[in-house]
Design a protein around this ligand. Structure first.
Ligand code: UFG
Length: 338
């Protein structure tokens, strides 16, 4: 297929572009580098074994996106481009709504105009809201606790409405749990531009000596060791889930599909800290501090629908996730070159 990947230079996008290209798809990327680096794309091309065509503009620019769609004759779009920091979304809600809704509207509008039928959309387990029972199934009602989460809920609704009015569209909503890890080459990985918000990049920076210690946000949750439990999924498994979803929606007639992409296994903060210490051979000093507002005790997927319908399942262990993160972090202690 001819596939346009928005946000293809970003963390999950870059890994997915490599896998799409290696599977024989003809991939193009659009990315404005607002939260990614041009040097990531050079490495993506190197891992893909061929030059990946790249356009650099904001996907919300419907004129330029229309022009690209017109020229590209794409069969599918994998739409990653979005802002993703929960805390920042509380500070800058209007920017988050404009960016994350505007991008999806531009994508779906131009897909309809240029008859591009298949869309894979980056959603999040955050759409299950605050009090969802675990393991989380796709049938749960959706909700959110912050503007970032609402942009995912609202984007899902936009796409549900779009497939009703435009029956030629085939859409997959992929609800990611907690993506971590890196390509096993150590050439591409997660490169937060600021102090990391998320656990894995933070503890990798502690292990490599860039930060003094990890703050563990609460140890009085109703979980086995009191710390928060999450469903960490290796980014390579997650990328493979996109290829499986694309295959499935192009071979079946269902207008809209929703799949959780997770492992189904929960890991606590302290379990991840200790797994990382083993993988890196370095100590990870930590201090228990207050809970972070908005965090839930436990979040993990029921991944059986994706297994049944996509023939996909996550195969990489927490040890693999830590080993690959560490390889990337050691080879690139300051992230991508500017
Ligand atoms: N944590 C710490 N210290 C840190 C960072 C995190 O103890 O410095 C803890 C959190 O309290 C939580 C766990 O580590 O228990 C995971 O936290 P992350 O920030 O890595 O991930 P979240 O589950 O909070 O958030 C992720 C994505 C969001 C998404 C959310 C819900 O980053 O985009 O899952 O799906 F909205």
């Amino acid at each position: 297929m001819r596939v346009l990947v928005t946000g293809g230079a970003g963390y999950i996008g870059s890994h997915t572009v490599v896998q799409l290209a290696r599977a024989g798809h003809e991939v193009s990327v659009v990315d404005d580098f607002s939260n990614s680096r041009p040097s990531a794309m050079a490495r993506v091309s190197e891992l893909a074994g061929r030059d990946i065509p790249l356009e650099s503009f904001d996907v919300g620019d419907v004129e330029r996106l229309g022009d690209l769609m017109d020229r590209g004759r794409f069969d599918a779009v994998v739409h990653f481009a979005a802002y993703k920091a929960v805390g920042e979304s509380v500070e800058r809600p209007i920017a988050y709504y404009r960016n994350n809704l505007g991008a999806t509207l531009a994508v779906v509008e131009t897909m309809v105009r240029y008859a591009v039928p298949h869309l894979v959309f980056s959603s999040s387990a955050t759409v299950y809201g605050a009090d969802a029972p675990v393991p989380m199934t796709e049938q749960l009602p959706t909700s959110a606790t912050n503007p970032y989460g609402w942009t995912k809920v609202m984007n899902e609704q936009i796409l549900r409405d779009a497939v009703v009015a435009h029956p030629e569209l085939r859409v997959a909503l992929l609800r990611y749990f907690n993506p971590v890890g890196s390509h096993p080459s150590g050439r591409i990985g997660e490169d937060p531009s600021d102090v990391p918000n998320n656990l894995m990049p933070y503890l990798a920076q502690v292990a490599v000596g860039r930060r003094e210690k990890l703050s563990v946000f609460g140890d009085d949750y109703d979980t086995p060791d009191g710390t928060g439990v999450r469903d960490y999924i290796h980014v390579e498994d997650l990328a493979a889930g996109h290829l499986a979803a694309l295959d499935r929606i192009s071979a079946h007639d269902r207008p809209l599909s929703v799949w959780n992409l997770g492992t189904g296994r929960g890991t606590s903060v302290l379990e991840l800290v200790h797994a990382f210490e083993r993988a890196s051979g370095r100590p990870v000093p930590y201090e228990v501090v207050d809970r972070r507002p908005g965090d839930v005790a436990a979040s993990y997927a029921d991944p059986t629908l994706a297994e049944r319908e996509l023939g996909w399942r996550a195969t990489r262990s927490v040890e693999d996730m830590c080993a690959d993160t560490w390889r990337w972090q050691q080879a690139n202690p300051d992230g991508y070159p500017v």
